[in-house]
Design a protein around this ligand. Structure first.
Ligand SMILES: *Cc1c(COP(=O)(O)O)cnc(C)c1O
Length: 406
């Protein structure tokens, strides 16, 4: 009849998987449940979920990982709407939402590793992931070897042992932004019977983890999906039923849960993420190129710049970049110089996290802990570029650089 398919509540019934990224963010996960015509899905809060009978309760309990709701900890419609959205962004089939990005790191590690197992982790992994491996995981009898993130598969192969169960990846790496050869490394892991899991927070939709051989993908939704620096949330996405049961089972066993209000905010953030990412990618590149030409700067750590050592692999595997990158200063500057520079910025907040609408600057030194990588040639600052006017950000950086000793 030429009419779009609409349901009884007026919602378009859209074939979203075939559409482009921005269209899927706009039309995905709407409506997961009765919404009486309201555009956005409602927030379902709750602990108790009433069951029709005692017998039904027992039967439903056995299917709790299949979204048959029996109790609040199993999640509800608001969680499921976000899970579907994130699974779509990542190109996976099942997603589990947990309370923070760090919980999304910890849950799959503990789902796939047990006492006596061995884990391979890149030297550039997010600091708290490294701390978990060196602390609690070690205490439980799980050994971790940190490897050079830019390794070839050939050079990594001797580090695999009979008990290596997990190859962990993060590309580009935290603070130092090394790009990993993910397809080659995950192929090696598969041949050795290890599960490959990647922290894909920087890659977001620019890197499709499952198309590059990963089994598990981790997102700190706190960053670009939230987009407004007002929530903490994480996701673990997989592409097989078996991996889903392992992840969901571990999250459930440890009592992981996320607030439905935060899930709702993350869904709201996702609606505008395509335009934010597009703007922030270009703004960050503009700022990065300006900084690159400054005499105070030694180098820029941003794989989308042709001068970056990771550029070739980035270009092969990514469709774009986010707005987080590193600035390495000339070796003559001290940490005190760099602290003074950052303290003097007027538009860049000094704070952890990124992916929000506002710009941030953070000296990297205190956050970098490495055991096998070469140290950076100078002091570094991690910049997150937000939605301000680029000219204002550059002017602010220019006045900040003027505080550095000549
Ligand atoms: C921020 C971050 C996390 C953790 O996210 P939280 O929600 O802050 O716990 C994990 N991985 C990377 C790469 C991050 O930048």
């Amino acid at each position: 009849m030429g009419l779009a398919a609409r349901n009884a509540e007026g919602h378009l019934v859209t074939d979203t998987p075939k559409r482009g990224f921005a269209t899927r963010l706009t039309h995905g996960s709407r409506p997961p449940v009765r919404s009486h015509g309201f555009v956005n899905p409602p927030v379902y809060r709750g602990s108790t979920v009433l069951q029709p009978s005692c017998e039904a309760r027992v039967a439903n309990g056995k299917r709790r990982f299949e979204r048959v709701m029996t109790y609040g900890t199993q999640g509800g419609p608001t969680h499921y709407a976000l899970e579907d959205m994130v699974a779509g962004i990542e190109g996976g089939t099942h997603c589990t939402i947990v309370g923070t990005g760090l919980a999304a790191v910890a849950v799959p590690l503990l789902a796939f590793l047990k006492a006596g197992d061995h884990c391979l982790m890149p030297d550039s992994a997010y600091g708290p992931a490294r701390a978990l491996a060196e602390g609690m995981m070690k205490g439980w009898g799980i050994e971790t070897t940190f490897y050079e993130p830019t390794t070839t598969a050939e050079a990594l192969a001797p580090h695999f042992r009979a008990n290596t169960r997990v190859l962990y990846l993060e590309s580009p790496g935290s603070h130092t932004f090394e790009v990993q050869d993910v397809p080659a490394l995950t192929a090696l892991a598969r041949a050795r019977g290890a599960v490959s899991m990647i922290d894909n927070t920087w890659g977001i939709h620019h890197f499709q983890p499952f198309a590059h051989g990963c089994d598990v993908s981790i997102q700190a939704l706190t960053k670009y999906v939230g987009g407004h620096s007002d929530i903490l949330l994480g996701s673990v996405t997989v592409k097989s039923e078996a991996h889903h049961l392992a992840v969901r089972g571990a999250a459930s066993a440890m009592g992981h849960y996320a607030s439905p209000d935060d899930c709702w905010l993350a869904l709201r953030g996702a609606r505008t993420m395509a335009v934010r990412l597009q703007h922030q990618e270009q703004a960050a590149l503009e700022v990065a190129r300006w900084l690159q030409a400054r005499p105070e700067v030694h180098s820029i750590l941003h794989p989308a710049l042709p001068e970056d050592p990771g550029h070739a692999i980035w270009k092969r595997d990514f469709t774009g970049a986010c707005s987080l990158f590193g600035v390495v200063f000339q070796p003559r500057y001290t940490e005190a110089d760099i602290f003074r520079f950052v303290d003097g910025l007027k538009l860049f907040g000094i704070g952890a996290s990124w992916g929000g609408y506002e710009s941030l600057a953070l000296p990297s030194g205190p956050s970098i802990s490495r055991s096998v990588s070469r140290p950076l040639p100078g002091q570094a600052v991690r910049l997150h570029i937000g939605l301000e006017e680029v000219a204002d950000l550059i002017a602010d950086l220019e006045q900040g650089l003027a505080s550095l000793p000549r």
